[in-house]
Design a protein around this ligand. Sequence first.
Ligand code: AKB
Length: 341
Amino acid sequence: MRKEVVLITGANGEIGHGLIKELSKRNGIQIVALDLKPLDESLEACCDRFIQGDILDSMLLGRLMAEYDITTIYHLASILSTKAEYNPETAHKINVEGTLNLLRMGVELSTWQGNSVKFIYPSSIAVYGIPDLETKHKESKIKEWMWCNPITMYGCNKLYCENLGQYYTQHYRQLAKDRGKHSIDFRCIRFPGLISADTIPTGGTSDYGPEMLHSAAKGEPYACFVRPDTRIPFMAMPDAIKSLLMLENAGCDTLTRSVYNITSFAPTAQELYEMVKKAYPSANITFEVNPPRQAIIDSWPEDCDDSAARNDWGWQPDYDMQKAFNNYLLPSIRELYRKTD
Ligand code: AKB
């Protein structure tokens, strides 16, 4: 009897940490985790199996298919927006070819298993590319179909993979006579910048939010690389994890689309600074604008319209900015750095 499992790629990343901890609390869910780097110790007990390997390794994916009934794939592995700009072709390989491998794997598994494998994919506000600040201020709550003209390799990759996910769900091998009955069930969330109390992101452009907070907590100086008036949406990690699980559990007939915006709070960098200073009055935070990174952030929306997610699967964040800082980030971060002292 093949074991039913949930596959999580990019297990060591920020979302992976939160998702694995949350999923492992649910009865009867066995997790197979995959990452290029060795699994963080704190996650070991939560996973049924960890495989150190590459999503570009089709032999490895083939072996996983032979061994397990994979009911859901959370494909989290990717190279984020800033890092991707240093080596765009490598980012393309990992973000697009890696995703393609997993989509294909999902379709093959669905055919064998006679059931659609759920493919849960985190996309990003990086898919948007707003042409100028005037438009950014005017279109303050952007809908899913607006301004999809990304200016980063990461944003291009995410937007394209959203389309691939829909293609593999609805039209894969549409002219073939032996087209299988079952394909994947692709579901995607466009995330804002995420702030976690447990991990510090690497390689993103929204990282100034979490970096400002974690540096202050560690007593280290921090130079914020965007202007104080810069505004994009952010979200506390528990809400991001909640949204993935909600979308995964939503009934097919309630979903009117496969790609959803979600949002919770949208502070300026100055407002973030003030929250951090309130918690850590001696924090040494300055603003030193990095023009290319500023341009990336300026191309992302001030906030998103998440009414489709609210209407279709009841999305609602638990944390506004005050609650995110007071009830989640500050208590957990204080605990984290006390432990590492
Ligand atoms: C990044 O900054 O690249 C990510 C994102 C907004 O998707 N955090």
